[in-house]
Design a protein around this ligand. Structure first.
Ligand SMILES: Nc1ncnc2c1ncn2[C@@H]1O[C@H](COP(=O)(O)OP(=O)(O)OP(=O)(O)O)[C@@H](O)[C@H]1O
Ligand code: SF4
Ligand SMILES: [Mg+2]
Length: 325
């Protein structure tokens, strides 16, 4: 990614949760995000893929400063926001927003749809009543909840899951943020509406030139969604690069395992993916040094007892594995 239009810079970011055994017991750390580095350009999208517990949500929430970073840096629009106190983060709250997995849980049930979308405008003191109403109606149109007058006066329980996720998208976009993190935005929806919602998100992201981080378990849905794919395993980004390149030439054994689970009619492609035996992800509580994938990796060697560096194997294609060091 070129330096000139970088929106977000994340440098060796860590989020460790402190845990204590008993009242006076030993302090341990659950290392949910452990040294993540990347840049995100203006208007570009990243899919962040990994299995349950790999740290995707924690990474997203730490970037949004909904979790306090343990170490590292978050630079947004050239400004270091890593430890800015809450009262100085007001502008960042307008610039960066979150779309969560469960729209019903994330949004106030007793508000009308219009009020739900208007609330961020009120909090950020944007426009008078009439201007806000216009913006709410425009947002409803953008997410295709029409006729807008009908939807504006409804309550969440009157809407389907897909329609509610459209409301969540409208609310996230009404402040015209430059960064949106969508955390598994379609995983709780019926399969039949998933593609529709993803297509809508991609179209809005493109049109409004928003930078996007799309968090998912499901590598298959990222194929047409983002310029970049990042693969996360046990708190580390183990591989990242341009979507086409990662799909054409996956290098990390974990990425190969993930890809082997997606049906691919091309036998040449399938040959490239060696199956990695299923297994439990490692505990993130005081994990031993070395590659965290080693217990499941068919290629593990002595060297893997040390943590592998992240290597740029070809332009913009990074892999954290000793096989490529
Ligand atoms: N507030 C917290 N306190 C302690 N541990 C936490 C907290 N939030 C997350 N964790 C732990 O951090 C690790 C990463 O969790 P996280 O929710 O970020 O993973 P994830 O990749 O989003 O998983 P999923 O796909 O299931 O949503 C897990 O071991 C989880 O138990
Ligand atoms: S560093 Fe070693 S254990 Fe880890 S993925 Fe690479 S080969 Fe496997
Ligand atoms: Mg999650």
């Amino acid at each position: 990614m070129s330096e000139d239009n970088v929106l977000l810079k994340v440098v060796k970011l860590r989020k460790w949760f402190e845990m204590r055994k008993g009242l006076f017991g030993e302090v341990m750390y659950l290392k949910a995000v452990d040294g993540v580095t990347f840049d995100l350009n203006e208007g570009e999208a990243i899919s962040l893929v990994g299995e349950s517990g790999s740290g995707k949500t924690t990474l997203g929430k730490t970037i949004l400063r909904l979790r306090e970073p343990t170490d590292g840096k978050i630079i947004f629009k050239g400004k270091d926001i890593t430890h800015l106190p809450n009262d100085k983060l007001f502008w960042y709250r307008r610039e960066a927003s979150l779309i969560q997995q469960d729209p019903f849980g994330a949004l106030p049930a007793h508000f009308t749809i219009s009020k739900i979308i208007e609330e961020p405008l009120i909090i950020h003191k944007m426009g008078d009543k009439e201007e806000r109403r216009e913006r709410v109606y425009k947002a409803l149109e953008e997410v295709r909840l029409t006729p807008v007058e009908d939807f504006a006066s409804k309550y969440p329980h009157m809407l389907s899951g897909g329609q509610m996720q459209r409301v969540a998208i409208a609310r996230a976009l009404v402040l015209r943020p430059s960064l949106v993190i969508a955390d598994e935005p379609v995983s709780m929806l019926d399969a039949s509406v998933r593609i529709e919602i993803l297509t809508l998100l991609r179209e809005l992201q493109d049109r409004l030139k928003i930078s996007f981080i799309y968090i998912t378990h499901d590598l298959a849905t990222t194929r047409y969604f983002s310029e970049w794919i990042f693969i996360m395993y046990a708190g580390h980004i183990v591989e990242r690069g341009i979507t086409k390149e990662i799909l054409r030439n996956p290098l990390h054994p974990y990425t190969k395992a993930l890809l082997s689970a997606i049906p691919d009619p091309d036998p040449e492609n399938r040959k490239k993916f060696r199956d990695v035996p299923p297994g439990e992800p490692p505990s993130l509580i005081n994990p031993p040094p070395g590659c965290r994938f080693a217990p499941r990796c068919p290629f593990a060697m002595d060297k893997c007892k040390e943590e592998p560096p992240e290597i740029e194997v070809s332009p913009k294609h990074f892999v954290k594995c000793w096989l490529y060091a």
